[in-house]
Write a protein that binds this ligand. Structure first.
Ligand SMILES: *Cc1c(COP(=O)(O)O)cnc(C)c1O
Length: 429
């Protein structure tokens, strides 16, 4: 075979991958209709008919509930806002501890700080990258009030076990489903397995409205609180006749009619988007499974939505580092059209463990007293060894499973991976 491109051989592929853009004529028409009509948002932050938003917002929420088998959906302006609202709805406050993941967008771990509560980091397992259950149990104290589960990369966490632990200790379970729309756990969609599920509609997610988020719940009380927190709770509760004022300090987390109109069209594309990712992910798994230094996921009882696809690289078995491997694969391929600056979208490590960020290392959030941090809760390097190893040594990820990539594009990526794997000795010199 041809020498590796990094050593001067011919590249596997010399053309860019097709531009990512899921916005088509239907979205343009839907936005135009709202623009012509002129009512770009109908929300009013007072107890009246328009407290729940306009026609498009309510239609989008109804369609989302149907798609995700949820009793209620509350749209919000981001997944981040949704996580904050969810903790608020669960009554989280000063002194409470919330168990969080260190390997996610920072908000999935920092949201408790908004309510002066304490994030407690739990390590992940390396089968499905959900919580390490033994570590999770060891972290529960009399102050623990909630667990924020992240179905990271689109892979459902061990929900049966987590829900059992939560029930024993009377804890709320919030599911961060930003990366996992239509991911299936034991036959059920994620998002209503726990108390509240939160999805993201930001530009990078499976479907998007520019920015946006959706909260799903089967609990009437929590749905009501989410609606209040989204829309100026404090000025609504009196007229609405609410007596429970816990966390009834509201925000403006509302979306516009324009976003909802886009969302209605995007939602129609979600099934196909998830299916194509699952099909392509399987092609990669089958091609890479044979290499002893690569671990592909082996999920029997659940189906990932593949926000990104992850693999683990064993530097000891391979005889080279993950970074050397990725660099060699990069050399065989080209970037995505319109995203040239990002290079070939294959990366190592995912994100830095959240507890290593300055906010936790220096235990500083608010200006004067930092009520949120406790002497008993550590944020030192080493508290989540599995995640630290994934970050520094083993995990690698790509998003080359998505539309509009075609099968021939996937075959090129597979060729690049297998070429590097088959000629790995060339990299050892
Ligand atoms: C994208 C993402 C978020 C944040 O979503 P926004 O809608 O951008 O606020 C949170 N958690 C995870 C796991 C994500 O991937």
């Amino acid at each position: 075979m041809n020498r590796l491109a990094i050593n001067g051989g011919t590249k596997v592929r010399t053309k860019k991958f097709p531009k990512y853009n899921s916005i088509g004529q239907n979205e343009i028409n839907a936005v135009t209709e709202v623009m012509r009509n002129g009512t770009l948002s109908k929300f009013i932050g007072a107890w009246c008919e328009d407290f729940y938003g306009g026609e498009k917002v309510q239609e989008f929420e109804k369609l989302w509930s149907e798609k995700f088998d949820a009793k209620h959906t509350i749209s919000v302006n981001s997944n981040s806002s949704g996580i904050v609202a969810a903790l608020g709805a669960c009554g989280i406050g000063l002194g409470d501890e919330v168990i969080v993941s260190p390997y996610s967008m920072s908000i999935s771990a920092t949201a408790p700080l908004v309510y002066n509560a304490t994030p407690v980091f739990c390590d992940l397992n390396t089968d499905n990258y959900g919580f390490d259950l033994k570590h999770l149990k060891s972290l529960i104290s009399e102050n623990t009030k909630a667990i924020i589960v992240v179905h990271i990369f689109g892979i459902p966490s061990d929900m049966d076990e987590i829900l059992k632990i939560a029930k024993e200790h009377n804890l709320y379970v919030i599911e961060d489903c930003a990366q996992a729309p239509l991911a299936i756990y034991k036959g059920k969609k994620v998002g209503t397995l726990g108390d509240i599920g939160i999805f993201s509609l930001n530009y990078h997610k499976h479907i998007h409205t520019g920015e946006g988020g959706m909260c799903t719940t089967n609990n009437d009380k929590l749905a009501n609180k989410l609606q209040l927190i989204r829309n100026h709770a404090e000025s609504v509760v009196e007229a609405k006749g609410e007596s429970d004022l816990v966390n009834m300090l509201g925000f403006n987390f509302r979306i516009t009619e324009i976003q909802a109109a886009i969302g209605i069209e995007q939602l129609k594309k979600l099934d196909d988007e998830v299916k194509i990712r699952q099909k392509y992910a399987k092609m990669y798994d089958e091609a890479l499974r044979k290499y002893p230094f690569i671990k592909v996921n082996n999920l029997q009882d659940r189906q990932s939505a593949h926000y990104i696809q992850v693999f683990e690289f064993d530097p000891k078995l391979a005889g080279i580092s993950r970074e050397q491997f990725i660099k060699a694969v990069h050399a065989e391929l080209e970037p995505v059209e319109g995203r040239e600056k990002e290079g070939v979208p294959i990366y190592g490590g995912y994100v830095k463990p959240v507890y290593l960020l300055p906010i936790f290392q220096q235990k500083q959030v608010y200006n004067k007293q930092n009520f949120c941090f406790k002497d008993t809760i550590s944020y030192q390097k080493g508290i989540c060894p599995n995640v630290e190893k994934l970050y520094t040594e083993t995990i690698w990820e790509h998003d080359l499973t998505r539309s509009p990539l075609r099968e021939e594009d996937i075959k090129d990526v597979i060729l690049a991976y297998t070429k590097v794997c088959d000629n790995i000795n060339e990299l050892k010199k």
